[in-house]
Design a protein around this ligand. Structure first.
Ligand SMILES: CC(C)(COP(=O)(O)OP(=O)(O)OC[C@H]1O[C@@H](n2cnc3c(N)ncnc32)[C@H](O)[C@@H]1OP(=O)(O)O)[C@@H](O)C(=O)NCCC(=O)NCCS
Length: 248
């Protein structure tokens, strides 16, 4: 099946990936507009938003709806490609695609409903560490122009989790599963970069535990109108035979 390793909820038809024990009640699911109010709650919580580069503050329902509409369209497009590949060649080689159809982290409740816990998104790198804006735009354009499956695409991962669930190993498991079971086999990941704000030990550890190494610290990034320092971590597929220093 071209959907491997994703499952499909038999009631909602929402694709998902279930974590293994001890997190078997947690799934990574396709984005859904119904999660907008819970996203708003999380992105107005200082324990979450202070560490994030892009979401505005205060984070309004309209922000969540517009963001979800965008990421849902991307996820749906990838899912559509997989459905087509499955119809044409269910037993053929697994199709390499340009995105991941699942990203919303949900916890299954006793009554079968789900609570939204956070997000883990994969996207093409935005080169926030390049301070010359013209050069940054040039690199983004160059990276975006690379065709699906190109091993030279530089990817990024952005994530956040509901504070009540911090420190239980959930994001380490989510990032690991998405890289191992989707990024590498289905998107041809060879190079992934992560940016974390200085002091965000939890985020640094999540990436380190998944094989990322520190590339450099950059002190003059401007986020939410304030200068802040960032750590940029790189992960490169070892079999590609490249050193992380090539990226410096
Ligand atoms: C960063 C974040 C995603 C980590 O997710 P998590 O599920 O809590 O992380 P894990 O439980 O998998 O922890 C991984 C490691 O980080 C450590 N850790 C987690 N939170 C920590 C904290 N606040 N301070 C110090 N270490 C922390 C854990 O102890 C573990 O390390 P260890 O195995 O060496 O003990 C989560 O805390 C979060 O959403 N924070 C707010 C938003 C954010 O920072 N997003 C990332 C932006 S780059």
């Amino acid at each position: 099946m071209q959907f491997t390793p994703l499952s499909i909820d038999k009631h909602t038809r929402r694709p998902y990936l279930r974590l293994s024990a001890p997190h078997q009640r947690i799934i990574i699911a396709a984005p859904s507009l119904q999660d907008a109010p819970q996203i708003c709650e999380l992105l107005n919580d200082p324990r979450v938003y202070r560490w994030l580069l892009s979401p505005p503050f205060p984070y309004l329902l309209e922000h969540a709806v517009s963001w979800l509409t965008e990421v849902k369209a991307e996820a749906d497009a990838v899912w559509g490609e997989l459905e087509q590949a499955n119809a044409e060649s269910p037993d053929g080689p697994l199709k390499v695609v340009g995105g991941c159809p699942v990203r919303s982290i949900l916890e299954e409740n006793e009554d079968g409903t789900y609570t939204y816990l956070g997000d883990c998104g994969i996207f093409r790198n935005r080169y926030e560490d390049v301070m010359d804006m013209e050069e940054r735009a040039r690199r983004v354009q160059e990276n975006n122009a690379k065709p699906v499956g190109d091993p030279d695409i530089v990817w990024s991962i952005g994530d956040y989790l509901k504070p009540s669930h911090h420190g239980k190993g959930i994001m380490t498991a989510v990032v690991g599963r998405l890289m191992r079971e989707w990024g590498i086999p289905r998107m041809n990941f060879h190079c992934v970069r992560a940016a974390t704000m200085n002091g965000n030990t939890g985020s640094v550890r999540v990436f380190e535990k998944n094989g990322f190494v520190l590339r450099r610290e950059c002190v003059d990034v401007v986020t939410k109108g304030e200068p802040s320092s960032h750590r940029f971590l790189d992960w490169i597929l070892l079999s590609h035979g490249r050193s992380p220093h090539r990226l410096a």
